[in-house]
Design a protein around this ligand. Structure first.
Ligand code: WTA
Length: 635
């Protein structure tokens, strides 16, 4: 019997030790017993972090959709796989059974084939949170096409950059999307993006909001008629363990977004195993992750992890504030949700509304509460624990990344005693290390350092699409023979981890990772702007918000600062998306720089955070006088 389902703390420690002593043996056992393989592997793991290269289950063949769907049909055919809750609460929820999902995915897969999509082709999915999004992801996987889902809140420029980077042949989208009381013209955004994407041959459009849209003849087609004519059976493509399953873009501190590549077998095994244990999912539970499938959390813990386990996964189209801030709790009550997984920024926004909106609803179905995306502050943790969980549902504070594919540090509910703001213990098979400034590993407890992982786990991203060198530099160059996460962390006296936040120029705003460099590039596009620097500052709902320091070109003209602020944010919205807008923009005559000309972000960060007691030595700056000017005018 393998240790697929861990039920108490001693068992966790015992399985953890086993997984670390003999990782290959451990993962082989898990893989053997819980998945459908068309051919078993020749070798469990080969790896070399200096290249870097990681391969799991080499020689194995499978299709992940047979694991997500086909193999459940005999026993769970009429069980709900995806429970779709629309934006508008008056619109009926859809219970898509495994049988129904099988048909929908196969039809969609056949449509992709007819449209000329082959194994290995990239398909960009730019869809709102409607069933077609989950179905199209699985349809790509069914035929071995590589999906690249782009969050449907990104701008046309951000979309075209991602389409071109991975050379997508096709875009899947909808006429538009609902977002609370608003609608968004998605097809219009796609049309604009495609003006600079010559590689895209076809666009398939789902109907959602029934608006009149422009269809480009020879390129665009409505999805539904094609699906209506497609067969319900599509043989699953035989995939090698290390064939890419998907690309998902994440922001780096510099340069263009990184297309993280995840492969098939290891990703499947790890997301399934973490899902089962971190959420303690049991057969008839209803599980709900509020993320968007446009992010890794949605890929791993709305689609793949739950479906591989034959779970019922809720997919919510709307926002927490519509029609009012009670919506999440209304959904929990309505669908008797057992596991609820959300982000600290949502918890803080809901906490602000007071507890009355929570108390109106029956939340007694809840058994496990999850948090992901950024450090959860103590106040939000307690609010969540007291008001939502009624101190009865353990909180799993799950730390992980787009790059890690699955949850890396997390309590196992009902086993690991929780501690506010601590992600607690490494998950089975995960070997974290904290590093000091000299690059040495801190081996004791009660230390703080930079968080690395010492040994490969099955769902580590294998490369950055088209740029393996950047993959190596970003993750494997800071510390020899270790994966560097970009996060800082501390380890307490019992070995619990607390993530302290990013140590690079990535800022997490409302759970979205934003690199400062691309935003600065956007700001600098404004004709009046000479230079800019962006830092984060604490925000009570977003966690962090963006603060921009901007110097203007000396044109002799005077400009209205508020208009400039609006124009700058407009450019950011167009080039990245509204999530990257600056909360505060301070105009200044200069930016503090080192003698080699580097902007001293550390100082700017402290000023924006109103933490100027200890600015450090500024006398070595090229222009120390601007520091005082900036402090005097801080917003
Ligand atoms: C941060 C999201 C503290 C962290 C799955 C990481 C967290 C980045 C937590 C990855 C957590 C995520 N506690 N920080 N529980 N979860 N982070 O790629 O800085 O969108 O490096 O993946 O979010 O964000 P990403």
């Amino acid at each position: 019997m393998s240790n697929y389902h861990i039920k108490h703390l001693e068992e966790y420690y015992q399985v953890y030790r086993k997984s670390v002593r003999n990782p290959e043996g451990f993962w082989e056992e898990i893989a053997e017993e819980h998945f459908l393989w068309r051919k078993k592997w020749d070798k469990v793991l080969s790896w070399d972090f200096s290249k870097p290269e990681v391969k799991w289950f080499e020689g194995a063949q499978l299709n992940i959709t047979e694991n997500c769907i086909d193999r459940h049909l005999a026993t769970r055919g009429e069980k709900t796989a995806i429970l779709f809750e629309p934006n508008n609460p008056d619109e009926a929820a859809q219970h898509i059974t495994y049988n129904e999902l099988y048909k929908r995915v196969n039809k969609f897969a056949n449509v992709l084939k007819v449209q000329g999509i082959n194994k290995g082709d990239r398909v960009c999915i730019y869809l709102p949170m409607i069933p077609e999004l989950a179905v199209s992801v699985l349809a790509c996987a069914r035929i071995g096409a590589i999906h690249s889902v782009v969050f449907a809140g990104f701008s046309s420029t951000a979309l075209s950059t991602r389409i071109n980077d991975s050379d997508c042949k096709m875009v899947l989208t909808s006429d538009g999307s609902y977002r609370g009381a608003k609608t968004i013209d998605l097809k219009g955004i796609v049309d604009e993006a495609l003006e600079s994407c010559p590689g895209v041959k076809s666009v398939l459009v789902a109907k959602r909001i029934n608006t009149e849209i422009n269809m480009v003849s020879g390129r665009d087609a409505w999805l539904q008629p094609l699906l209506d004519n497609a067969s319900e059976h599509c043989d699953a493509e035989l995939m090698n363990a290390e064939d890419p399953l998907f690309i998902l873009y994440t922001s780096g501190s510099t340069g263009k977004p990184k297309g993280m590549v995840h492969t098939t077998a290891g990703y499947m095994v790890y997301t399934a195993y973490t899902f089962k244990n971190v959420f303690q999912y049991r057969e008839n539970d209803v599980y709900w992750c509020t993320a968007d499938i446009g992010w890794i959390t949605g890929h791993s813990y709305i689609v793949y992890g739950p479906l591989v386990n034959g779970a019922t996964s809720v997919m919510f189209e709307g926002v927490p504030s519509y029609p009012d801030f009670g919506r999440f709790w209304d959904i929990v009550q309505k669908h008797k949700v057992n596991q609820f997984y959300t982000a600290p920024t949502a918890i803080r926004a809901l906490a602000k509304q007071g507890a009355e909106l929570v108390e109106k609803y029956d939340l007694s179905s809840l058994k496990v509460l999850g948090s992901v995306g950024e450090p959860i502050n103590e106040e939000a943790w307690h609010w969540y624990n007291d008001n939502v969980g009624k101190r009865n549902s353990p909180i799993v504070d799950t730390w992980w990344q787009t790059e890690t594919g699955g949850i890396m540090i997390s309590p196992i509910p009902y086993s690991t005693p929780t501690k506010p703001t601590y992600a607690t213990l490494p998950f089975i098979g995960i070997q974290p290390a904290l590093m000091d400034e000299n690059g040495d590993e801190l081996k004791d407890n009660q230390v703080e350092g930079r968080l690395c992982i010492k040994y490969p786990w099955p769902s580590i991203a294998r490369t950055i699409w088209g740029n393996h060198q950047r993959y190596k530099e970003t993750y494997f160059s800071a510390y020899e023979n270790k994966y560097f996460t970009g996060d800082g962390a501390l380890r307490d006296e019992v070995g619990y981890y607390r993530i302290t936040g990013r140590v690079d120029d990535v800022i997490i705003v409302s759970g979205h990772n934003l690199g400062t460099a691309p935003i600065e590039d956007a700001v600098n596009e404004h004709p009046a702007v000479a230079e800019s620097a962006i830092v984060g500052f604490p925000h009570d709902v977003k966690g962090s918000a963006l603060y921009g320091y901007v110097t203007l070109k000396d044109t002799g003209e005077s400009r209205d600062q508020n208009n400039l602020r609006k124009e700058i944010n407009q450019i950011i919205t167009e080039s990245i998306g509204p999530i990257a807008k600056l909360d505060k923009i301070q105009f200044t005559s200069g930016l503090p720089k080192t003698r080699s000309g580097k902007i001293m972000r550390r100082i700017l960060r402290k000023i924006a955070q109103k933490d100027t007691a200890n600015l450090g030595d500024t006398s070595t700056l090229l222009n120390p006088e601007v520091v005082q000017e900036i402090m005097d005018n801080v917003l």
